[in-house]
Ligand binder design. Sequence first.
Ligand code: SD4
Length: 323
Amino acid sequence: MKTRRELLQYAGAALAALPFAKTFAQSRPRRTSPGAIVVSTWNFGMQANDAAWKILGSGGHALDAVIAGVGVPEADPKNTSVGYGGLPDRDGHVTLDACVMDENGKAGSVACVENIVHVAALARKVMEKTPHVMLVGEGAQRFALANGFPKTNLLTPESEKAWREWLKTARYKPVANIENHDTIGMLALDAAGNLSGACTTSGMAYKMHGRVGDSPLIGAGLYVDNEVGAATSTGLGEEVIKICGSHVVVEQMRLGKSPEEACRIAVERIIKKNPVKRDDLQVGFLALNKHGEHGAYCILKGFQYAVRSGAQNILIDGKSHFA
Ligand code: SD4
């Protein structure tokens, strides 16, 4: 227990240090104009980056780029983890979550939406056409149909088959990097130097009906601050929500941390609450700062992210807490 005197000394020292606390710009001064860049989670981010680059590479807006980019896995029936063809909840419903955020700090989000493929684009519509940030369930679907989004059965025969197989045991135990690598988070910096992000998922396979993870939650699955940087997450959403993960990452970058260091700090907050290695507990954070520097950090080995800038599109292994 600290004495009153010690506490006063501590507060005095903290106050005295304030004028010297470095801002993001002071600790990470810009060298040259960074140029456009896009980063996204998992290996399917490669194709998504290519689609985003069609917009970014011709001087387009970061928000347009991320919506186009994540639209690729959303529409891919072979991707059992995002959008169309996503694995359903335990009752056989494919329910999608997504959010977007732009350089002005505007945000839109949808959660637990059925029968709509392009939910990141739908989240953008919520941002642009409603006084709200988030619509869920039936209301979100109704808003989508009213805005011309087609109604599509998202449960493909393959995903239905996998679900029927799962029903034989009906055991909810996501396998790290397999059943729970079901999100694409994408962050882009455009040629004008503005940041935007999108995050879209079918959520954890065989979740309870109505379960919503971190992906559509601003500050958890995605956060963008155009003065500093942007972050997104993937993995076990419940743990990300509990630390407001993507917001933590951006705030650490604001304090001068590199994107990778900022992601590591967020992962360590989760580890502090869950110190024992578990094969069902994977979380990865991905960050991009205002200068075009990127980095990632995850709990278990196996998380990858894709980076495209110019003609180069590469896949990078995120560093992990556990080997
Ligand atoms: C969720 N975070 O619904 C998502 C799932 C995910 O990689 O990202 N998996 O919790």
